[in-house]
Design a binder for this molecule. Structure first.
Ligand SMILES: C[S@@+](CC[C@H](N)C(=O)[O-])C[C@H]1O[C@@H](n2cnc3c(N)ncnc32)[C@H](O)[C@@H]1O
Length: 243
């Protein structure tokens, strides 16, 4: 479905935009570390969207938890090698939306509408969960697979993101969500277009930090566009339903 290609593309963009991304990666790691301070019992840490491990404080997690489970659709070899340095860390290839298999089976839009992710919820040793720059990525390839426009405000996209938030709220653990709440793009500072996810997802009510991620500095994206995302770090409460 394109997950491997996307992962390789993210790595390539990271290599080109290393300097522009550095503050965002550091802020994400800091936010996750701040969330960890709220976590007294430290058996299993679950990282959703671990990917290339660019923004994951793996050394700190591995030092303070008995086990660290790194969950992503794809872990490229460098991420696997990095994880292998920590005997208590393991990479788990898993679709956190739990709908990709149904899409591949040809269930179409129904695949996105039905089903609620439930993996790891019954693992009562999970004491901390981080969802790390994953939320807005979840609908992109499923929408592309269905031939729908790649808009993060598409109703199907919003429904998928809400389901992820609902999933997070069902863990009996300390949960940290780092996710973009606003996306802006364009080739002139004064005339950037944007999409604001916050009114649709209700993230800011739980935010304890925020910053801008210069995802694509001017010229990096097509048509000379720049792309920047406003990222929120949230203490995601358990036991609430997403709006
Ligand atoms: C912006 S990257 C996150 C960066 C990652 N935290 C890092 O440090 O490299 C988004 C990640 O979400 C993953 N992803 C997207 N959809 C997914 C899904 N349905 N299940 C699991 N992972 C998914 C991608 O493979 C990618 O690694």
């Amino acid at each position: 479905m394109g997950y491997l290609r996307e992962s390789i593309a993210i790595r390539a963009r990271y290599r080109r935009c290393r300097h522009a991304w550095a503050p965002h990666l550091a802020k994400t790691r800091q936010a996750l570390a701040a969330s960890l301070e709220r976590c007294r019992q430290r058996r299993t840490a679950l990282v959703l969207g671990s990917g290339l491990l660019l923004d994951v404080p793996l050394a700190e997690l591995a030092a303070s938890f008995e086990e660290v489970w790194l969950v992503d659709m794809v872990h490229l070899p460098a991420a696997r090698r990095e994880a292998a340095r920590y005997p208590n860390a393991r990479c788990i290839e898993w679709d956190v939306t739990e709908c990709a298999a149904a899409l591949l089976d040809g269930k179409g839009r129904d695949a996105l509408a039905e089903g609620t992710p439930s993996a790891f919820l019954r693992e009562d040793r999970v004491d901390w969960v981080g969802s790390v720059n994953l939320l807005s990525q979840l609908p992109l390839l499923p929408l592309a697979w269905l031939g729908e426009p790649p808009s993060s405000t598409h109703p199907l996209a919003v429904a998928m993101m809400r389901r992820h938030l609902d999933y997070l709220s069902r863990f009996r653990a300390v949960v940290c969500l780092v996710a973009d709440a606003e996306q802006r793009w364009g080739n002139r500072e004064e005339a950037m277009e944007g999409a604001d996810l916050d009114p649709l997802l209700g993230l800011s009510a739980h935010a304890f930090d925020q910053w801008w991620w210069e995802l694509a500095p001017p010229g990096e994206a097509g048509h000379g566009h720049a792309i920047r995302h406003r990222v929120l770090a949230c203490h995601w409460p358990s036991g609430i339903a997403a709006p």
